[in-house]
Design a protein around this ligand. Structure first.
Ligand SMILES: [Fe+2]
Length: 132
């Protein structure tokens, strides 16, 4: 799990390293892992999806979930050991927005976490500091 986090965070930093999305992504992953606590769900799915799901925003906010999938493909060429998780991570990324319908438990948790993250204290503090 720590290894996946290092790799996916490293990829995030390499591709974008936007401060706001970095904090948001941390909060999404935190919410996912809390929801997946005491389950057999593969935590790596949430961690990788968390760091990659919004990178597409740097190119096109409106279609970012589709563009983020291309970043997932790039990540998987660099880290092929996660190839077997591709469909689950893709469901999280592609269907995280409000009007999409995730097909897996992973995608359903991820979609909720993307919203729960907006109530995370770390996120609220960041927003407050930016509004000063
Ligand atoms: Fe998000």
């Amino acid at each position: 799990m720590d290894k996946a986090n290092k790799q996916a965070f490293g990829f995030y930093v390499q591709e974008w390293n936007d401060e706001k999305i970095k904090i948001h992504s941390e909060c999404v992953i935190d919410a996912c892992l809390n929801m997946a606590n005491n389950s057999n769900l593969k935590k790596e799915v949430f961690i990788i999806a968390g760091w990659i799901h919004d990178i597409g925003r740097k190119i096109d906010k409106d279609n970012h979930q589709i563009i983020s999938l291309d970043f997932l493909k790039k990540f998987l060429t660099q880290h092929p050991e996660y190839e077997e998780l591709k469909d689950l991570i893709s469901d999280c990324i592609l269907n995280h927005r409000t009007n999409e319908v995730p097909t897996t438990k992973y995608g359903q948790i991820f979609q909720l976490a993307d919203k729960v993250a907006l109530k995370n204290d770390k996120w609220l503090e960041y927003k407050k500091s930016k509004n000063k």
